[in-house]
Ligand binder design. Structure first.
Ligand code: FES
Ligand code: FES
Length: 179
């Protein structure tokens, strides 16, 4: 059985893993990092999104052995000293969590967006989260949370809102949501 070494959320871990096992299974079953969710298991929903060497990946589609030597960040790795990150706080404040199943993947994708673009527009957020599906259809609140986190960090959504975007903008500036 291959032995692999990964830096998981800043901790160096060495594991024996069968070559056929997805990274998702190793994270959840071997490392107890159950924040990362399995839903479709075929790369469609984004619930299993993690960051591997700076890139968002569907961990259900990546073999754990392919992550040998990599730096992996899961949703657990975004908190600091047990406290939610600013983005995680924004999800809570904006009521963006319904059943919660999609949320870890959403937060990982959103954090990747904010790392690359601190002042995203509504369309930027929609595009960045297009690979993450929410069965509860809570997209407006999720988008509002990401924009609020950007706004709070000093970035500001650019461009005038269209009618369709207005409710999201209103949620950002008032701290409330319309659904
Ligand atoms: S569980 Fe990996 S994309 Fe759906
Ligand atoms: S909050 Fe339920 S799937 Fe998104």
């Amino acid at each position: 059985m291959p032995t692999i070494t990964m830096t998981i959320n800043g901790d160096l871990r060495t594991l024996d893993v069968a070559g056929h096992r997805p990274l998702l299974d190793v994270l959840r079953e071997d490392l107890g990092l159950t924040g990362t969710k399995e839903c479709c298991a075929v790369g469609e929903c984004g619930a299993c999104t993690v960051v591997v060497d700076g890139m968002s990946v569907n961990s259900c589609l990546m073999l754990a052995v392919e992550a040998d030597g990599a730096r992996v960040t899961t949703v657990e790795g975004l908190a600091r000293d047990g406290q939610p990150s600013a983005l995680q706080d924004a999800f809570l404040e904006h009521g963006a969590v319904q059943c919660g199943f999609c949320i870890p993947g959403m937060i990982i994708s959103a954090q990747q967006l904010l790392n690359a673009n601190p002042a995203p527009t509504v369309e930027d957020v929609r595009e960045a989260l297009s690979g993450n599906l929410c069965r509860c259809a809570g997209y407006n609140r999720i988008i509002a949370a990401v924009l609020a986190a950007a706004h709070r960090a000093g970035g500001s959504p650019a461009g005038p809102p269209t009618d369709a975007e207005a409710p999201v903008r209103k949620a950002v500036v008032t701290g409330q949501v319309d659904q």
